[in-house]
Design a protein around this ligand. Structure first.
Ligand SMILES: Nc1ncnc2c1ncn2[C@@H]1O[C@H](COP(=O)(O)OP(=O)(O)OP(=O)(O)O)[C@@H](O)[C@H]1O
Ligand SMILES: [Mg+2]
Length: 237
């Protein structure tokens, strides 16, 4: 592999079984630095499991995960986070009894509180949500949670963000806003890797798309190629 690791993330032949049931079957993919890469697939096809394995919250039964060329298979979630992998969850994991600001500052590591508050404020400004800085986690709307989750992941200055369904259940206007923010982050060097159900954003915004079905990567390529792939149409309809 090249010294500058053009593929910031590589997952090789990842397999995962849950009590004998196959969730991932030799799934391989690569994410290019600076790209917006998407994963789509029907319910239960293994998308979240794949992200959980990459992020170190689940161990695979087989296969390897490389971040910037380094094998991190089986490393803890904290270690993978230190390697520059940020993530958001399909189901919000914000602290309900903390304010938005506290939620952000709570995850900062290795910087003093003043710097953390400063960084959090910058992120809230960037995402245009300074108005909710003092709201409790429990008070937030579904869409606000999605934005705060993204802000929280960005507190750790990741090089790649794994976003599990950042657009699910929010209105198209907010979806578009999030897309614009993600594109701006990409322009600053971040790599975005996200799961989605809805084809609209995936097809419009991704450089590359992977399609999972029943734990297998059944197609990959630029959106217009994947859209017309008979295997993909088959998996969805
Ligand atoms: N912790 C677990 N224990 C047992 N089975 C699990 C576990 N996590 C996932 N599974 C199973 O693994 C398969 C893949 O699940 P996964 O959550 O990765 O799918 P997904 O593609 O993210 O689906 P969705 O679109 O509904 O979020 C499913 O059959 C699911 O029931
Ligand atoms: Mg999922």
């Amino acid at each position: 592999m090249r010294g500058d690791h053009e593929q910031i993330l590589v997952a090789e032949n990842i397999s995962k079984r849950f009590e004998g049931r196959v969730a991932l079957n030799n799934a391989s993919l690569a994410v290019k630095r600076g790209s917006i890469t998407g994963v789509i697939g029907p319910n239960g096809s293994g998308k979240s499991t794949l992200f959980n394995i990459i992020a170190g919250t689940l161990a695979p039964n087989g296969g390897r995960v490389l971040i910037e060329g380094r094998d991190v298979t089986g490393a803890s979630a904290a270690e993978i986070c230190r390697r520059g992998v940020g993530r958001t969850f399909q189901i919000s994991r914000l602290f309900a009894e903390m304010t938005v600001m506290e939620n952000l500052v709570a995850v900062a590591h290795g910087i003093d509180d003043r710097t953390a508050v400063w960084r959090a404020m910058e992120l809230l400004e960037f995402l245009e949500i300074t108005a909710i800085a003092d709201k409790w986690g429990s008070e937030l709307s579904y869409g606000q949670r999605k934005l705060v989750e993204i802000a929280r992941a960005l507190m750790l200055k990741p090089v790649i963000m794994l976003l599990d369904e950042p657009f699910a259940g929010i209105n198209p206007r907010l979806q578009n806003r999030i897309v614009e923010h993600l594109k701006a982050l990409c322009a600053k060097g971040l790599t975005v890797f996200f799961i989605d159900h809805e084809m609209r954003i995936v097809l419009a915004e991704c450089d590359l798309v992977y399609v999972l079905a029943e734990g297998n990567v059944i197609a990959s390529g630029p959106p217009d190629k994947v859209r017309d792939d008979p295997k993909v149409l088959d998996a969805y309809f």
